[in-house]
Design a binder for this molecule. Structure first.
Ligand code: ADP
Ligand code: ZN
Length: 443
């Protein structure tokens, strides 16, 4: 395993800060953050109401005096009210994907874009990507931050970038072959789809391609899914976390230790709170991630509730970096659904499915009402081999999955096995849950 001296640091000074240095740096940056925020109409009013001035926010504990915000507040207030620079300094806007409702707009200055590129270069370099690499960015370009964010980061690092964008699997594969792609960035559910296209075309990625590294992120996925992709594509796959309100990807990223994502604490302050009481959770306990952007210029946000559930990984990382790690995101608080009194996250279903031989690439959960009871149906694609094989094997697979699902989530779902390629999860973030119950919150 790599050690501090292994040369995998792009920004050695900031990556290898000690805990004391990180905490000192965060405290040091607070007064300038408050000053910058005061330039926005929203914070100006809030600070006035609460009597907050730069000299009164000296430690990270002091920011607890500032109210949380979240997507609903950004939507209600509109992003303009959070703009902390003159319009002429804004060079770009992006927006969130709109996974949970109306997309939120985020503004960037030249400095924001520069820092973002640096941060992505840091993340990529950390796992061994170098300027000799050929990087194929299979994320949607445009308003979505996953595309352009990584694009600029990889260029900063010096890779040759293939801006292929999302979708069109056969073209993606021919680009990989023609230009010797070594590194890809891809949404995990789409990567599963791509894997089945490799099978269809009879391509063995390990033999026929030069892939070594994949960055997967933008949506929750299980460790099983990572393993499946690593085996199928012959790559090391690293989890990449970010959100448009904090710039985009680059907020937290796995190192080669693959044991949680380092959240870059020289750029962000993190808190983990109980989403119901809003009180801090003890270290290592699961809760909602709350982030404060320390350096952003156009639209700095303080105590932004991500609604993403995770926990802090305890202990030191093998790589020697002291930026604390967060566990892979379990889901958003609003991804959770309740069936027969049991709280369930799609990732729990995924864990069972992907460890079972015969299961194919994709799945979808459908919630519906039968009489007065809520029911859950899981539609699962099976592998090509299984689909073409014996009917008895299919029946056995169904029974096995139902019983394993009951063991994992304590509810026995209705299971429907379908042919490979039948479930369309799209090219962007997969829609894993379809809620057909009346008055349902999830669509
Ligand atoms: P939206 O919030 O509308 O989906 P974004 O494109 O800003 O728009 O996506 C950010 C969100 O995507 C995060 O808050 C999180 O829910 C999810 N996300 C991003 N990266 C990951 C990841 N590696 N694992 C799980 N979820 C992720
Ligand atoms: Zn590490």
């Amino acid at each position: 395993m790599e050690s501090i001296n292994s040369g995998n640091c792009w920004d050695r000074k900031n990556e290898l800060l000690s805990r004391e240095e990180i905490e000192g740096m965060q405290a040091h940056k607070l007064s300038s953050l408050i000053e910058r925020c005061s330039e926005s109409r929203y914070y100006k009013e809030m600070f006035k109401r609460k009597g907050i001035t730069p000299d009164r926010i000296k430690t990270t504990k002091d920011i607890k005096r500032i109210d949380f915000i979240d997507k609903s507040i950004l939507r209600e207030e509109t992003s303009w009210r959070f703009l902390a620079v003159k319009g002429e300094h804004v060079v770009r806007m992006h927006s969130s994907s709109g996974t949970t409702g109306q997309a939120t707009v985020v503004f960037h200055t030249k400095g924001d874009i520069e820092e973002w590129a640096e941060l992505i270069a840091r993340c990529m370099y950390m796992v061994g990507v170098r300027r000799q690499d050929v990087f194929q960015n299979m994320m949607g370009y445009g308003l979505f931050t996953g595309g352009l964010g990584f694009h600029y980061g990889a260029e900063r690092l010096g890779c040759m970038v293939i801006p292929s964008g999302a979708g069109n699997s056969k073209r993606q594969i021919s680009l990989m072959r023609e230009f010797g792609t070594t590194t890809i960035h891809i949404i995990p559910s789409y990567a599963l789809r791509l894997q089945s296209v490799f099978e269809e075309l009879n391509i063995d990625p390990e033999k026929d391609l030069k892939l070594t590294t994949a960055f997967i992120g933008a949506e929750p996925h299980s460790e099983r899914l990572r393993e499946k992709l690593e085996n199928a594509l012959g790559v090391d796959a690293y989890n990449s976390y970010g959100l448009s309100e904090m710039c985009g990807p680059g907020v937290a990223f796995e190192c080669r230790g693959k044991a949680g994502m380092h959240l870059w604490e020289d750029k962000y302050i993190m808190e983990i709170i109980d989403p119901k009481t809003l009180e801090p959770m003890p270290d290592g306990e699961e809760g909602e991630l709350v982030l404060t952007s320390l350096n952003r210029e156009a639209m700095p946000l303080i105590r932004y509730r991500t609604h993403d559930l995770t926990r802090i990984v305890k202990g030191d990382c093998v790589c020697g970096r002291k930026h604390r790690r967060i566990e892979r995101i379990k889901g958003r608080t609003d991804d959770m659904f309740i069936i027969k009194g049991v709280n369930i996250f799609p990732m729990q279903v995924e864990r069972v499915l992907l460890k079972t031989v015969g299961v194919g690439s994709n799945y979808q959960i459908i919630l519906h009402r039968k009489g007065s009871a809520d029911n859950m149906k899981v539609k699962v694609e099976v592998s090509d081999e299984m689909w073409r094989g014996d009917l008895e094997d299919l029946k056995r697979l169904k029974i096995r999955l139902e019983s394993e699902m009951r063991d994992e989530i304590l509810v026995k779902p209705e299971l429907e096995l379908v042919e490979p390629g039948l479930i369309d999860t799209g090219e962007g973030k997969a829609k894993r849950v379809i809620d057909e119950r009346d008055g349902a919150i999830l669509e």
